[in-house]
Design a protein around this ligand. Structure first.
Ligand code: ATP
Ligand code: MG
Length: 229
C-alpha cells in the first residue's frame, strides 16, 4: 500500500515509509517540543514536494502568527501557498468546534485537500465538563476527514508534570498512531527526541530517535547515526 510521506527527513524509514493514507495521527509532547513545526513541515512539504494540498487548523496561534513564525524560522511561505490554493489556514477558537464542522467540507473540496493538521486538540469542546460530548464532536470531525481520505495530524499538549499522552486522556484512544516528542534538559548534545508509541498496520521503530530542529525544520536520526555525529 502506498504511504503518505511525512516531509520530515529521516522519519519515514521508521514508520513503514510514511503515514497510512487517510489515518489520524497524534503528535504529542510538552510545550516547545516541536509539535507545531512538525505539523507545519507536514503541510508545507506536502504541498511543495508531493502536490498534496493541506489544511492547517490552528487554535492557540493565529493564522498570522503561524505564517510569520514559519516564514521567519524556516523560510516556509504559507501565504504564497494559500494564494496558490494549495493550503488553507483555519483559525478556530478553543472549544468552538461547530463553526469548523460547518465549513470543513467546503474547504476540503475547494483546495482538494489530501492532508490536514489540527493544532491542537483543544479545538474539541467541553472536555472538562462532558467527555461524552467531546468524543462525539471528535468523531464528527474525524469522520469528515476520513470520508475524504485525508491524512491528518492532531497535536496534544502534555502538561509539564504529567506522565500521560494528552491533556485530557481521551484523544490517544481515538487515533491510529501516536508520535511523542521530548525535550531532555539533561542530555549533553541531542536534547530532543522522538518515539513512536503506536502505529496501526505498521511495523514501526521502537527506539528513541534523536531529532534536531534547525532552520531547515525537523530531522530525525537513528540512535547510531546520532552517535556518529
Ligand atoms: N530555527 C530554529 N532553529 C532551532 N530551533 C528552533 C527554531 N525555531 C524554533 N525552534 C525551537 O522550536 C521550539 C518551538 O517549537 P513548536 O512551536 O513547534 O513547539 P510546540 O511543541 O508546538 O509548543 P506548544 O505546545 O507550546 O505549542 C522553540 O522553542 C525552539 O526551541
Ligand atoms: Mg504548538
Amino acid at each position: 500500500m502506498a504511504r503518505v510521506p511525512s516531509g520530515i527527513p529521516g522519519l519515514d524509514r521508521f514508520i513503514g515509509n510514511g503515514f497510512v493514507p487517510g489515518s489520524i495521527n497524534l503528535v504529542t509532547g510538552k510545550t516547545g517540543t516541536g509539535k507545531s513545526i512538525f505539523c507545519g513541515q507536514f503541510i508545507y512539504k506536502g504541498a511543495m514536494d508531493y502536490n498534496e494540498p493541506g489544511i492547517y487548523i490552528t487554535t492557540e496561534q493565529t493564522a498570522n502568527e503561524l505564517r510569520g513564525d514559519f516564514k521567519e524560522s524556516f523560510g516556509w511561505d504559507f501565504a504564497m501557498l494559500e494564494r496558490m490554493g494549495k493550503v488553507a489556514i483555519l483559525e478556530v477558537k478553543p472549544y468552538e468546534i461547530r463553526p469548523l464542522i460547518n465549513i470543513l467540507e467546503s474547504v476540503i473540496t475547494k483546495i482538494g485537500a489530501r492532508r490536514a493538521v489540527i493544532d491542537s486538540e483543544t479545538v474539541f469542546g467541553l472536555y472538562l465538563k462532558d467527555k461524552y460530548l467531546a468524543r462525539k464532536e471528535m468523531w464528527e470531525v474525524m469522520n469528515i476527514l476520513k470520508e475524504y481520505g485525508i491524512t491528518t495530524l492532531i497535536t496534544a499538549q502534555i502538561l509539564e508534570e504529567s506522565e500521560g499522552l494528552s491533556r485530557f486522556g481521551v484523544i490517544e484512544f481515538m487515533v491510529d498512531s501516536i508520535i511523542v516528542l521530548r525535550y531532555m534538559a539533561l542530555a549533553e548534545k541531542f536534547k530532543r527526541n522522538l518515539t513512536i508509541r503506536k502505529m496501526r498496520r505498521t511495523k514501526h521503530s521502537e527506539e528513541i530517535h534523536p531529532i534536531v530542529i534547525s532552520n531547515q525544520g525537523i530531522v530525525v536520526y537513528s540512535p547510531s547515526e546520532a552517535l556518529g555525529k
